[in-house]
Design a protein around this ligand. Structure first.
Ligand code: IMP
Ligand code: MG
Length: 205
């Protein structure tokens, strides 16, 4: 009813983006995150891991993951910006907000929303390892089936996902849909796909 001004706006369509197709339901996500937390609890028994979240995408996952870990944990966050277009990183990463805590001697778990090419992860691992943590592992909610990083560095992962652009549970397209409780495939209503944005822009993770 396009002319009915009293109709509630559809929260799954924002501008030219529509996020109607669910890839991972909220119920499945909660169960998977709980299982990851239990795995981390068992692996780090007797230790106090430091969770390092990459803003903004990882904030919701990290919040649920932390509550699923039955150990004393500490938190820190970094924000990075990568040069590329709005949906694809180039591997040229700039730290926009650095960590507050010293990583030396700490058992660090890097928490990421999605490993796409893996370029951001490669940069962050090198950067964090240079700060001499006692250990560094990666916990990624989503990992692309065709990522280009060595599988051995992906210690904890939630789901392998296809190449569709995904939103929800912290992930965005142009800052939209981060608050959805599930993971959805986003479609773009125009002949211009999100991959086709002109030029090199800097975008937040
Ligand atoms: P990479 O450097 O190619 O691995 O890109 C990783 C970053 O790109 C993630 O931390 C996200 O911020 C962003 N990204 C990649 N794919 C998606 C997606 O499908 N939805 C939302 N953000 C994505
Ligand atoms: Mg992003």
């Amino acid at each position: 009813m396009a002319n009915d001004l009293s109709a509630a706006p559809d929260p799954l369509t924002v501008g030219r983006y529509t996020a109607s197709s669910v890839l991972v339901s909220a119920v499945d996500l909660q169960a998977r995150v709980q299982a990851l937390g239990e795995e981390i609890t068992a692996d780090y028994a007797g230790r106090e891991p430091l969770l390092v979240g990459v803003l903004k995408g990882a904030f919701m996952f990290m919040s649920d993951l932390a509550r699923a870990i039955d150990l004393p944990v500490e938190f820190d966050f970094m924000a990075v910006s990568s040069y590329g277009n709005s949906t694809r990183s180039s591997g040229v990463v700039r730290i926009v907000k650095d960590l507050d805590l010293d990583l030396a001697g700490r058992d660090v778990i890097l928490v990421e929303d999605i490993i796409d090419s893996g370029l951001t992860l490669n940069y962050l691992r090198r950067n964090l390892l240079a700060r001499n943590p006692a250990s560094l592992e990666v916990c990624a909610l989503l990992v692309r089936e065709n990522h280009k990083v060595d599988d051995s560095i992906l210690r904890y992962e939630g789901y392998r996902v296809p190449s569709d652009f995904l939103v929800g549970y912290g992930l965005d397209v142009d800052e939209k849909f981060r608050n959805l409780p599930d993971i959805r495939i986003v479609e773009v209503a125009s002949d211009e796909a999100p991959e086709d944005h002109e030029g090199e822009v800097e975008s937040a993770a």
